[in-house]
Write a protein that binds this ligand. Structure first.
Ligand SMILES: Cc1cc2nc3c(=O)[nH]c(=O)nc-3n(C[C@H](O)[C@H](O)[C@H](O)COP(=O)(O)OP(=O)(O)OC[C@H]3O[C@@H](n4cnc5c(N)ncnc54)[C@H](O)[C@@H]3O)c2cc1C
Length: 356
C-alpha cells in the first residue's frame, strides 16, 4: 500500500522537508503531495525588497523540485479534517493523507487596533507584498509613509524604501524605548544612526491606537500619512487558528517532542505555526524540518525514536539597511556595517544555490 505524505505550504519548512527526502531518501512506498496557493516557493525573507521595489518579482520565486513521486497541487487550503484524515482545498477534491506536515506560515495580527486591518498594507504574503509595492511605487513625490513596528521586517522595509524612494517621507513607529530592545544596545544605536543619517524619522515608545484612511494615531495623536505598512505582529495562518487543538498564547500549535500533535502522531506542524522555544524564523522552520524528516524516516521504517530530540540551535539574526549596510547578532556577537550585509547576501545566495 502506498502512503501519502501531504505537505501543506511550500515555505521554508516544507521546502527543507522536500530537499531532504528527494531525490533518494523517500521510501519506495511513499508519495508526496505538496499543496500551495502558488506554483513556486516564495522567498518571504525578501518581501521587504519586493515591496520597496528594489528587486523584481521573479527574484523572490524559486521553482519547486520535481520528482516522479511528488505531486504538486496548487490551490488554497481551506480546512483540515483531522478526524477523517483529509485536507480541503478550494474548488478541488479533498486530499487524503497518511502523514501531514502543516507549514502554512503566518499572517499579520492587529492587536484589535481599529482600522489597522482595513487601512494598512502588509508584507506577510507574496500577493499582499505585491499590492504594497504597487501602492508605494505609485505614490507622488513627497508623500508620507508610516511603518508600524520596528522589528526585523519593519527596519528592513524602512531602510530599503528610503534607498528606493529618496523623495518619500518615512516614519517608523517603534513600540520599544529603543529599536531591537532585546538585542545589544550597540545594534540599536547603529540602526538608529542609520535612520537619522538617511532622514527616516523614528518614533520610539509608540502605541498605535487607531488607523483611518490617510491618518494614523499614535497615543491618540493624529499623524497624516499617505500610506501605512503594518509590520507589528504575526499570528499563525487562519487554517491553523481554526484547528481544534491545543495552542500556546501566540496561537501556535503545541506539539510533542517529535513535532507532531500530542493527539495524532501522523500530523506535524512546521515553522511559524508551531509552538517552539524560539521566536519564529525561516532558520527555525528549516531546523525543525530537519528533525521532522528524521522522525518520519524512522517511523516509516518502524524504528524506535530517541526519548528526546536534540535542542534546536540557531545561528542568529541578520538584517539589512538598504543594499550596502546591515546588522546582525551572530554567535552572541553584534555585527554591523558592510560585513553584516555581505553575510546576509551570502546566506541568500546559499539558499538559492541549494534550492534553485
Ligand atoms: C520581511 C521579512 C523578513 C524576514 N527575514 C527573515 C530573516 O532574515 N531570517 C529568518 O530566519 N526569518 C526571516 N523572516 C521570517 C520568515 O520569513 C518566516 O519565519 C518563514 O517564512 C516561516 O516559514 P514557514 O515554512 O513557516 O512558512 P512560509 O515560508 O511563510 O510559507 C508558507 C507557505 O504556505 C502557503 N500558504 C499559506 N496559506 C495557504 C493556504 N491557505 N493554502 C495554500 N497555501 C498556503 C504560502 O503560499 C507559502 O508558500 C522574515 C519575514 C519577513 C516578513
Amino acid at each position: 500500500m502506498m502512503k501519502n505524505l501531504v505537505l501543506l505550504g511550500g515555505g521554508y519548512g516544507n521546502m527543507r522537508v522536500l530537499l531532504r527526502l528527494l531525490p533518494n531518501q523517500l521510501p519506495e512506498d511513499v508519495t508526496i503531495t505538496l499543496v500551495d496557493k502558488f506554483p513556486y516557493h516564495s522567498l518571504k525573507t525578501e518581501y521587504y525588497a519586493l515591496a520597496a521595489g528594489t528587486i523584481s518579482d521573479q527574484e523572490v520565486r524559486v521553482s519547486f523540485p520535481e520528482h516522479p513521486r511528488l505531486n504538486a497541487l496548487f490551490g488554497e487550503v481551506t480546512h483540515i479534517d483531522l478526524e477523517n484524515k483529509q485536507v480541503f482545498i478550494k474548488d478541488k477534491e479533498p486530499v487524503p493523507y497518511d502523514d501531514l506536515v502543516i507549514g502554512l506560515g503566518c499572517e499579520d495580527t492587529y492587536h484589535s487596533v481599529p482600522g489597522a486591518a482595513e487601512y494598512t498594507h502588509s508584507i506577510q504574503s507574496i500577493d499582499k507584498s505585491r499590492l504594497t509595492y504597487q501602492t508605494l511605487s505609485n505614490m507622488p513625490a513627497g508623500s508620507k509613509v508610516g511603518i508600524v513596528g520596528a522589528g526585523l521586517s519593519g527596519i528592513e522595509l524602512a531602510s530599503e524604501l528610503r534607498e528606493s524612494r529618496p523623495d518619500l517621507g518615512i516614519v517608523l513607529f517603534d513600540r520599544g524605548h529603543r529599536i531591537l530592545k532585546d538585542f545589544p544596545e550597540r545594534l540599536s544605536k547603529y540602526i538608529h544612526k542609520w535612520f537619522v543619517d538617511h532622514g527616516v524619522e523614528v518614533v520610539n515608545n509608540a502605541n498605535i491606537t487607531k488607523v483611518e484612511p490617510h491618518t494614523i494615531y499614535n497615543h491618540d495623536e493624529a499623524y497624516p500619512m499617505d500610506a501605512v505598512v503594518w509590520t507589528a505582529g504575526i499570528q499563525p495562518n487562519r487554517v491553523v487558528r481554526e484547528m481544534p487543538v491545543e495552542k500556546d498564547r501566540s496561537g501556535r500549535v503545541k506539539l510533542s517532542q517529535y513535532h507532531n500533535l500530542p493527539t495524532d502522531e501522523h500530523v506535524y506542524v512546521v515553522g511559524d505555526c508551531a509552538s517552539l522555544p524560539h521566536a519564529p524564523s525561516a532558520q527555525l522552520a528549516e531546523e525543525q524540518a530537519e528533525q521532522i524528516v528524521q522522525v518520519l524516516l524512522k517511523r516509516w521504517k518502524g524504528e524506535t525514536l530517541p526519548e528526546e530530540l536534540p535542542e534546536i540551535k540557531l545561528k542568529g539574526i541578520l538584517g539589512s539597511l538598504g543594499k550596502k549596510q546591515g546588522f546582525g547578532f551572530v554567535a552572541d556577537r553584534a555585527i554591523t556595517g558592510r560585513v553584516a550585509r555581505f553575510l546576509k547576501s551570502g546566506v541568500l545566495w546559499m539558499y538559492r544555490y541549494h534550492n534553485g
